[in-house]
Design a protein around this ligand. Structure first.
Ligand SMILES: O=C(O)CCC(=O)C(=O)O
Ligand SMILES: [Fe+2]
Length: 226
């Protein structure tokens, strides 16, 4: 089955669009193409509401650099990178206030996507919002700061297309790249939970709604560090 025609996508690729709606990357990892398609505006609105309270910022890294993607969070716990390392905190270090609550629309979407991918009962309490502009990327990494690997990671892409890298259990394993487009949701858990992944960069074409910006909203269940 093909998904609904998306003019931006057609222009992007200049190819007939015959990629599957659902693609198993490997056991535990499922790409749900155009999963939110028509409701994407709701999630963009939720994202902007969060960013009004907790603005996107470029965080420092333990290695002394700065992340090229700007980030913020909502939910009980937010992911924070600093020269001290990576951690989840209940308080936004910028404002010293709790992170904004996770909008119900986002929680429901994440739970629904997880269930669709075979992970019923997903209870995300940490939602990381990534904002990519020209030149931004995210190096190959594992999501392993959550303290509990039993629940999956759910990741929604909005706006400009990102070039996603999907590797294996080990950093040196073969890496595949593919496009993550507006409305796509990627879910990985179980045997794929600790697989390496990242964002190589952005596709050249602007998106009709977000222009040259790509957003990504990533949901996780975190067991707070004691
Ligand atoms: O932007 C993406 O699609 C990936 C984000 C990611 O891997 C992360 O936030 O840990
Ligand atoms: Fe990640």
């Amino acid at each position: 089955m093909t998904h609904p025609q998306n003019p931006a996508r057609q222009l992007d690729l200049l190819l007939p669009d015959n990629r599957p709606d659902r693609e198993v990357l490997e056991p535990g990892a499922l790409l749900l193409r155009q999963f939110v398609a028509s409701s994407a505006a709701i999630y963009l609105q939720a994202l902007h509401a969060v960013a009004e309270q907790a603005p996107f910022r470029h965080m420092h890294t333990p290695g002394g650099g700065t992340m090229s993607a700007a980030m913020t969070s909502c939910g009980a716990l937010g992911w924070v990178s600093s020269t001290q390392g990576y951690t989840y905190t209940p308080v936004d270090p910028l404002s010293q206030q709790p992170w904004p609550a996770m909008p119900a629309s986002l929680f429901a979407l994440a739970r629904n996507a997880a269930q669709t991918a075979g992970y019923p009962g997903f209870t995300p309490n940490a939602c990381l919002l990534n904002c990519y502009q020209d030149g931004a990327h995210m190096g190959l990494h594992q999501d392993r700061d959550e303290g509990d690997m039993k629940q999956p990671v759910v990741s929604l892409s909005l706006g400009r297309t990102g070039i996603f890298m999907w590797g294996g259990q080990n950093r040196r394993d073969r890496v595949r790249t593919f496009a993550l487009e507006h409305g796509d949701v990627l879910v990985w858990g179980g045997p794929a939970r600790l697989h390496y992944h990242g964002i190589k960069g952005l596709a050249p074409a602007p998106h009709p709604i977000t222009g040259l910006t790509r957003y990504n909203i990533t949901f996780r269940h975190v067991v707070a560090p004691s």
